[in-house]
Design a protein around this ligand. Structure first.
Ligand SMILES: [Zn+2]
Length: 219
């Protein structure tokens, strides 16, 4: 039971810490100084189709009023763009759309591996939760969990880092057409902070996994 309670406390702690980090990233995505300039650029759907032409990859674009963040759904080959007020006005919208466009041209095999491992990890975490509750944890199970988590992180990290850096180049190229290089300069400032936030997520989850493993083996 002690292991289960430790697992529960560590999980809540991990969620809180990551929530704060995500909040910081979201705050960084807003800068009122560029609101007027960004409003002169085409709407999100138009930006997305123009970016797609630049990378020679066209796929379906769907606007969604209910989602707060955009995403590329690899198995549907479709980009879902957030269409809430914030996404329409935010100065970072070009970079975020470019990010999803870059995801659409990444290796399909990597996307399949990322999706599969992410889901296996979610199921595994749930199983681990039950096993810990029943106090039936084994070293083999923990090591397998750690291995799956590690491979899943590596693949996700490669996909995200690649999308972040290539979207910066794509967004700069796009903004130069609209004489908006100052927005691209601001993106250059923003990206290292975003990267830091994402790596923080990987690091905190790795520490969490190692901590759970150690505690389970010690107690
Ligand atoms: Zn991404």
């Amino acid at each position: 039971m002690l292991v289960f309670i430790t697992f529960l406390v560590a999980t809540v702690f991990l969620i809180i810490v990551n929530f704060n980090e995500m909040k910081k990233i979201k705050e960084e995505a807003c800068d009122e100084k560029y609101d007027n300039k960004i409003a002169t650029l085409p709407d999100n759907k138009q930006v997305c189709s123009e970016l797609q032409k630049m990378i020679n990859k066209e796929c379906e674009i769907q606007l969604d009023d209910n989602t707060r963040s955009s995403a590329y759904i690899f198995f549907l080959d479709k980009i879902i763009l957030s269409n809430n007020e914030m996404s329409k006005k935010s100065f970072s919208r070009i970079l975020f759309i470019a990010h999803e466009c870059i995801h659409s041209i990444q290796s399909r095999k990597m996307h399949i591996a990322n999706f599969t491992l992410k889901n296996i990890l979610n199921i595994f975490t749930f199983v681990l939760f039950i096993v810990l509750f029943l106090n039936k944890i084994s070293v083999e199970l923990l090591l397998t969990y750690f291995l799956v988590a590690f491979i899943s992180f590596c693949i996700n990290m490669i996909l995200e880092t690649d999308a972040i850096y290539r979207s910066l180049i794509l967004a700069r190229k796009y903004l130069s057409k609209y004489d908006s290089n100052e927005i691209a300069d601001r993106y250059e400032e923003m990206v290292p902070k975003t990267i830091k936030g994402i790596y923080f997520r990987y690091a905190s989850f790795s520490i969490y996994v190692v901590f759970i493993m150690s505690i389970s083996l010690i107690i």
